[in-house]
Design a protein around this ligand. Sequence first.
Ligand SMILES: CC(C)(COP(=O)(O)OP(=O)(O)OC[C@H]1O[C@@H](n2cnc3c(N)ncnc32)[C@H](O)[C@@H]1OP(=O)(O)O)[C@@H](O)C(=O)NCCC(=O)NCCS
Length: 384
Amino acid sequence: MSSTTAMHAPKGLEGVVATTSAICYIDGEQGVLAYRGIDIHELADNSSFEETCYLLWNGKLPTRVELRELHERLAEERKLDASIVTLLRMAPRHALPMDVLRTAVSALSFYDVEEKSNDREANVHKAIRLTSQVSMIVAAYDRIRKGKSVVEPDHSLSHAANFLLMLNGTAPSATAERALDIALILHADHELNASTFAARVTAATLSDMHSAVTSAIGTLKGPLHGGANEAVFQILQAIDSSGADPVEYVTGMLAQKKKIPGFGHRVYHTEDPRATHLRTMSHDLGQASGQAKWFEISQKIEEFVKADKKLNANVDFYSASTYRTLGIDVDLFTPVFAVSRVSGWTAHVIEQLDDNRLIRPRADYIGPAYPQHWVSIDKRNRRD
Ligand SMILES: CC(C)(COP(=O)(O)OP(=O)(O)OC[C@H]1O[C@@H](n2cnc3c(N)ncnc32)[C@H](O)[C@@H]1OP(=O)(O)O)[C@@H](O)C(=O)NCCC(=O)NCCS
């Protein structure tokens, strides 16, 4: 009996519902995104990244005590084995932070005290540990490649403030801390996006949490996914340095049939609700820091692409100018996405393993008709 069904999934699995999940609710027509049923706008206005992590991992908002305990656990786990720091030092200086992050996260498993355990409790611990460690790796590698010393975290600071401290060597302003905190909340989860799907596929083989997160990081890197925020800024930079007109620049890209990074979305057919906050943040931070130009160029591109191509800005469009205005280097933008999304990946791995089944779809075979036959090498057609 054939194990294929009559249904053929559309290219890119568009519109296919591949699992049940209680983590993230999206209404692509109305532009709604909610974690555990709570609208992203409410979380961005009122929550913190730590509280959002608790929500994703546990399915409910924490009490005051539970939140304090999570702060303490994240602080305790804000440490890297000396071998990981050595690994970061050994990476060639030209190595991209996203590639270094992927390799370092894979190596973290060697030193994880619960490496051999794949049970729920161990995976919740690993979720906390990885969330602390991913931000440390991104910050530490950036300093190492610039010949600077690695900065120790400050246990009294929030996750967002610690990241900026470990990156820049000084504690951030309250405005910068809150801006990054909101950005981390907005990027924390997004249902079955490509990297989360990759994490779930890996976890479903009963591999381990570190392997699942490593798969996810490799998937996030691509310019059709998390890599888009870096590609957006490269365009802003090219426009700024050449003095080009933003609309003419983008028109030229479209004439070459190039996609404009930061626009379009597989699920949202209206404004991506995360873009709403990031647009405001990009504007406000730009004004406050005297770097309004990145927002201004972005806005001209957005107006044109929306009018001409009917495409809305997605999460990556205004995160580019927001991160740059926060003083974050361009090739750290996608790693910063990972600093946040590790919370969602790990929540999905835990959920996958709570009710697991191997994820193994079928392919519609379109190769040479079966049966073909092996031919001796002497009898194969020569090219000359
Ligand atoms: C996100 C994305 C991969 C979704 O892709 P998708 O659902 O497969 O949609 P498609 O690529 O099939 O696009 C559908 C149509 O819109 C166009 N389109 C989509 N995004 C576009 C973009 N950013 N710039 C220009 N045209 C775009 C496509 O060319 C296509 O037009 P066509 O039907 O005339 O060929 C796609 O919009 C994209 O590549 N965006 C840029 C990268 C990006 O910002 N990624 C981050 C997403 S959060």
